[in-house]
Ligand binder design. Structure first.
Ligand SMILES: Nc1ncnc2c1ncn2[C@@H]1O[C@H](COP(=O)(O)OP(=O)(O)OP(=O)(O)O)[C@@H](O)[C@H]1O
Ligand SMILES: [Mg+2]
Length: 349
């Protein structure tokens, strides 16, 4: 048996997925030795939070029984609209002290009381200003409830969370590499119910936004417009896509798809515009897509023309070796889930 690796566990709306990576310091050159996923029924996870704990716990147990992971320690992610991420500058101090001082320094910036918040700070750089030496970085604030439900589901399955990371950071680690590490890249993960945008400049996170819409909302709109079942709406959605000519019997579906995708793409584009206006001279060079929702036919082209940026699909397996016997089809590489890999690259505190 191979030596035990680090496991990234993604609790998504539609499934739980875990990847075990061995070796390769951080992210480059490791080997994916085990991978598994188990589908979740609708309602088990809502907006990135576990809503039905017994169901998620049962799915996690099934996942562990099936994939034969070598450890029960896992890295998990958080990321939804209730997680606040802000770029900020604070007076320089050693990182442990700086983290300890956060409740006093950031109270007035948060939409929640610091008693209810889990606070963290990811330093990204340093500057000296008129006010003295400053640390630049990203403040992350999550309500304790958000994290608690997910940690409980994981622990009830007999697993031990060793790192709770911000999911957009995990996405960045999974897909920004090679030539992209020297550029400004926007990673957009379109899930079932949430779309996460992270902008990284030279491999450092600069901006995060989580939007409350995804592929599941598109399916709902098709089902509503046609009065059909969710599985039928899903199939029709994948066949019709966005931005293509459709036969008359598919006009209603195409319109329903567009009614959800158009505002979502607009919100993503606005995020890029907002970033560019706050970081003059450091515009976004390229966009990389992940998540099942990004596989909607035509969506990449649609976002490319709306944003006037080059858009491509992420290829998170390109920096990994894939263990023999995993049964992972190379043709699936481009759509392999990035999140569990990025969580596996997280470094435990
Ligand atoms: N080929 C495809 N064409 C269009 N949509 C697709 C395709 N494959 C998957 N999807 C959509 O992807 C979505 C699921 O994506 P993903 O697995 O990334 O979400 P999730 O991680 O479970 O959810 P979330 O991130 O919102 O919690 C579903 O809405 C599904 O309809
Ligand atoms: Mg997801």
């Amino acid at each position: 048996m191979a030596k035990s690796g680090v496991i990234g566990l993604d609790i998504g709306t539609t499934s739980v997925r875990a990847a075990e990576v061995v070796g390769g310091r951080g992210r480059q050159g490791g080997t994916l030795v085990r991978y598994g996923e188990v589908a979740l029924p609708p309602g088990a996870v809502r907006d990135g939070e576990v809503a039905d704990q017994p169901t998620v716990t049962a799915a996690l147990k099934q996942l562990w029984a099936g994939a034969k992971f070598s450890t029960r320690q896992v890295n998990i992610g958080i990321g939804n609209q209730r997680v606040v991420v802000r770029e900020m500058e604070l007076p320089w101090m050693p990182l442990p002290q700086l983290k300890a001082s956060l409740p006093f320094q950031v109270q007035e910036m948060l939409p929640m009381s610091t008693d209810e918040a889990l606070l963290d700070f990811y330093p990204t750089g340093e500057v000296t200003t008129a006010a003295g030496r400053m640390v630049q970085g990203m403040l992350v604030a999550a309500t304790k409830d958000t994290v608690r439900a997910n940690v409980m589901a994981v622990e009830s399955a007999g697993l031990r969370p060793q790192l709770v990371d911000l999911s957009p950071f995990a996405l960045m680690r999974a897909v920004v590499h090679g030539e992209m590490a020297g550029r400004t890249v926007a990673v957009v993960d379109i899930g079932a119910r949430i779309t996460q945008v992270i902008i990284a400049a030279e491999g450092t996170p600069r901006f995060v936004r989580v939007l409350p819409s995804g592929g599941g909302n598109v399916t709902d709109a098709v089902a509503g417009a046609l009065g059909c079942s969710a599985p039928d709406a899903e199939a029709i959605k994948r066949e019709v896509g966005i931005g293509f000519a459709v036969p008359p019997e598919r006009t209603a579906a195409a319109e329903a798809i567009s009614n959800v995708v158009r505002p979502l793409v607009e919100a993503v584009r606005n995020t890029f515009v907002y970033y560019a206006s706050n970081h003059p001279g450091a515009g976004i060079d390229m966009v990389v897509l992940t998540g099942g929702g990004s596989q909607l036919p035509g969506l990449g082209q649609y976002l490319a023309s709306a944003s006037r940026l080059a858009v491509s699909m992420a290829d998170p397996l390109s920096i990994l070796r894939v263990g023999k016997g995993l049964g992972i089809d190379p043709s699936r590489h481009a759509t392999f889930p990035a999140m569990p890999l990025g969580l596996a690259y997280g470094v435990a505190a």
